[in-house]
Ligand binder design. Structure first.
Ligand code: DX5
Ligand code: ZN
Length: 221
């Protein structure tokens, strides 16, 4: 299976979102990356829960890839209408009991994913192999688009891949942050499966969105 794409909608043309989501859907893009921020866990705000819910409207096959950068994320699940088909990432650093939150996501028929920030040792994932469908490795400090790669991101990705392979579980690895045209190739080589593509690639200035998607897939197949 080739690399999967999750365009980061916070980098999209916000005044043409509906059309862009329809286009991504028609291009067979697997996920739409929706960053939700509470202005506490990270000093920023993007979309409210109502907007996160409404992203489902234009979707036929593309899935919501909801990245919740908020403390106690389970408080938002009802308002976001988390349900079957969604992949939901919650931060290890933001949950009192991450096991309980991940189980809540699973109980709604959605795919639980544990996100870890750049300063969190990748070894923490060892306690979650039986509870997640994916890990989200933050390759920038969460909260803002347009940042440079966090230190040691490629080494961390390699280490995470080793741990997942050793677990024997079919767990995907998603990378999020400065997934640039160059970095995505190296990230694929180091074990990434799902690529959050934002301002440093598909939403950059190099190609129109449809061509950028095609180029991206050619780089991570
Ligand atoms: C950062 C967000 C990312 C970001 C990716 O907290 O999670 O989705 O928007 O965009 P770039 O490619 O600009 O890092
Ligand atoms: Zn994100």
């Amino acid at each position: 299976m080739g690399g999967m794409l999750s365009p980061s909608v916070m980098c999209a043309d916000l005044l043409h979102l509906y059309d862009e989501i329809e286009m991504l859907d028609s291009l067979g893009v697997e996920f739409l990356h929706i960053d939700f921020m509470d202005n506490k866990f990270v000093p920023n705000i993007t979309f409210d829960t109502n907007m996160v819910k409404s992203f489902k409207k234009p979707m036929r096959t593309i899935r919501r890839d909801i990245h919740i950068m908020a403390f106690e994320p389970q408080q938002f699940f009802d308002a976001m209408e988390i349900s079957k088909g969604d992949m939901v990432s919650v931060h290890y650093e933001a949950c009192e009991d991450a096991h309980k939150v991940l189980a809540d996501i699973r109980s709604r028929g959605a795919s639980p994913c544990l996100a870890i920030s750049p300063d969190t040792p990748v070894e923490v994932v060892k306690d979650f192999f039986s509870e997640v469908d994916a890990f989200l490795l933050m390759t920038v400090y969460p909260g803002f688009a347009g940042q440079p790669l966090a230190p040691k991101s490629m080494e961390r990705l390699k280490k995470l891949k080793e741990l997942v392979v050793a677990s024997g579980k079919d767990i995907k690895i998603e990378v999020d942050g400065n997934v640039s045209w160059d970095h995505c190739v190296e990230m694929r080589e180091n074990g990434a499966d799902i690529f959050v593509a934002g301002s440093s690639s598909v939403y950059g200035k190099k190609y129109p969105l449809d061509e950028a998607v095609r180029v991206f897939y050619s780089l991570v197949k």
